[in-house]
Design a protein around this ligand. Sequence first.
Ligand SMILES: NC(=O)c1ccc[n+]([C@@H]2O[C@H](COP(=O)([O-])OP(=O)(O)OC[C@H]3O[C@@H](n4cnc5c(N)ncnc54)[C@H](O)[C@@H]3O)[C@@H](O)[C@H]2O)c1
Ligand SMILES: [Zn+2]
Length: 383
Amino acid sequence: MLENYSLKMPRIIHAGENALEKLETIINENVSKITIFTSEGLINLGLVENSIQIIKKLGIDYTTITGIPPEPNYKDVQSAIDTFKKENSDFIIAIGGGSIMDVAKLASILNTDAYTVKDLLDDPLLAEKQVSSLMIPTTAGTGAEATPNAIVGVPEKELKIGIVNDLMIADYVILDGRMTQNLPKDIAAATGVDALCHAIECYTSKKANSISNMFALEALDLIFNNIIESCTERESLKAKRNMLLGAFYGGVAITASGTTAVHALSYPLGGKYHIAHGVSNALLLTPVMRFNEPYIKELLVNVYDRIEKNNEKSNDEKSSYIINKLEKIVEELQIPTSLKQYQITESDIDGLVAAGMEVTRLLVNNKRVVKPEDARKIYLEII
Ligand SMILES: NC(=O)c1ccc[n+]([C@@H]2O[C@H](COP(=O)([O-])OP(=O)(O)OC[C@H]3O[C@@H](n4cnc5c(N)ncnc54)[C@H](O)[C@@H]3O)[C@@H](O)[C@H]2O)c1
Ligand SMILES: [Zn+2]
């Protein structure tokens, strides 16, 4: 565990039943114009309407920016931000999944002509905070509402790269289960497993510490016990609320600790083959945890003790129970478990290994050193 650690978080978080109504208390008389980052799809689902009604009631001017593709590359992000810069808004609301929230977070430090998204890829600390932001996640989820990270595609490198700057941490967060109620099952499943990965990777990370452990363990408890119900039962608002909270705690754990080899090796699957972030993590979750098991067994025992009440198992049994449970969740939610359906074959492995090994920012957090031959074996397992 780290000896020195710290945590930065959004300043105000509203969660629970009808949390969205708190929007009224967040927007105050100092706000003159709001930009809402969202998508046409989410507007059509009625997920933006409540917020607009509140903004209108307060008599504040607003505009919406849509048309951002899922998992945008840095050029897509820059084009949304160029539109944003013309608006002269002094408050940002993001209503969407990680893709929308990441763009909105970048906009909060890019309301300037002094530097671009591309510049931040080289030096993320160039930026300064310009506009206050509120995140309202509609997936559960990336936890992007809690983190200082924004992940963008870099087509030239066929990779996704994380821009990390504390100033991007949102000022406000609203976690309202109604926002994820109509998530299609496949998206709920993939984004839910992403949250599960955040929690288990951060808990078993070299950067784990007292603060991150508290959030990661609570996230694991919430996610293990609610993910299936929240994905398969449309009406289960309580399970959806718990998932939203678990995903948020997973994001806090990322901020205080860091993800590991699952996320590192998944970036080329997203960057080159455009496999959705949650799906690429789900593919790698069990193989990487099995690879790590000898180095993280005690931690997996702690996870078992937190989520299960039966204490009759040996430590070996508890640790393999957790890994098997991860595998079962991915299977039960019918998330793809092979790269074949993406037309990725053994001939692609060299490229994947080379790109995965570049994600040193996260690989250094993995308790077991990942050598290129290890990465190759892990990718081969999912071919
Ligand atoms: N910043 C971070 O800390 C962080 C952490 C993890 C992942 N990410 C990034 O976030 C992105 C992925 O975000 P995501 O997994 O939330 O998915 P997403 O935002 O890409 O959304 C996936 C799809 O679901 C749709 N959708 C979202 N909410 C919906 C709802 N309530 N009902 C119906 N459809 C809905 C979207 O329109 C989109 O088509 C990736 O780029 C990933 O790299 C960021
Ligand atoms: Zn993730």
